[in-house]
Design a protein. Structure first.
Length: 237
């Protein structure tokens, strides 16, 4: 499998405060890769560097193309789309209008109609609630709407930030099944999570981040059996 996203020697931060140090990571086409770590480890900053909403140093390529110097809009147009932490929906707009916002840069009307059909098949509850204000839905339904909105943009790589945050386990399980289905449809996924159990249940490979550095990487099966990972993140001694 070819590398769709390549990161090497990446540094990033905010002003004089560095957050990421010499980060290396790759996501191959067709994979679900997870980046796990505790709150404050730098995971969201890495996604912001990829999306070009924070400046970075080092190598950052998407499908062989350097991302440094591109605007967030240009990165988005390449098919690199983020589902942000906290969902960030337009609360006072309908579900359908939120989804339409995901396709706002698309000019293929037929493709947008197909995208609506696709996300409504993935999330039947959104079809039922398409006229409802997004902010009035449950947290799980809002997370479904956030993922669906990103899918409306026809992503090649979906960046999902803390999908499970604040959600009941049964809802998280539903969303993990959706990620698996998204991958079957040909979309590559980078899943950033504090919930290591959830992340490892769906991912092929994983990276563990601590204080802005990658400290472990490998197949999920190997990470599950790593004594340090088991002790620090899985509560197994």
């Amino acid at each position: 499998m070819s590398a769709l996203l390549e990161i090497a020697g990446l540094g990033a931060g905010y002003g004089e405060a560095p957050v990421l140090f010499d980060v290396g990571l790759e996501v191959r086409a067709g994979e679900i890769v997870t980046l796990v770590g505790s709150n404050g480890a730098g995971k969201t900053t890495l996604l912001r560097a990829i999306s070009r909403t924070v400046d970075s140093t080092g190598t950052l390529r998407f499908d062989g193309r350097p991302l440094g110097g591109l605007t967030p809009e240009q990165v988005f147009d390449l098919g690199l789309v983020q589902v942000p932490e906290g969902r960030q929906l337009f609360d006072r707009m309908s579900v359908e209008d939120n989804l339409r916002m995901g396709a706002y840069r698309r000019r293929d009307a037929a493709g947008v109609r197909e995208a609506f059909d696709r996300v409504y098949r993935l999330f039947p509850v959104l079809r039922e609630r398409r006229a409802q204000l997004a902010g009035s839905m449950s947290g799980g339904e809002q997370q479904m709407c956030a993922i669906a909105r990103a899918l409306m943009a026809a992503p090649r790589l979906l960046l999902v930030d803390e999908m499970s945050l604040g959600l009941a386990p049964v809802v998280v399980d539903q969303l993990l099944e959706v990620l698996a289905e998204i991958r079957r449809q040909g979309i590559t996924v980078l899943l950033v999570e504090q919930d290591v159990f959830a992340a490892f249940s769906v991912a092929d490979r994983g990276y563990v981040m601590e204080t802005g550095r990658i400290v472990r990487e490998g197949a999920v099966a190997d990470l599950r059996s790593d004594p340090e990972v088991r002790k620090a993140y899985l509560g197994v001694h």
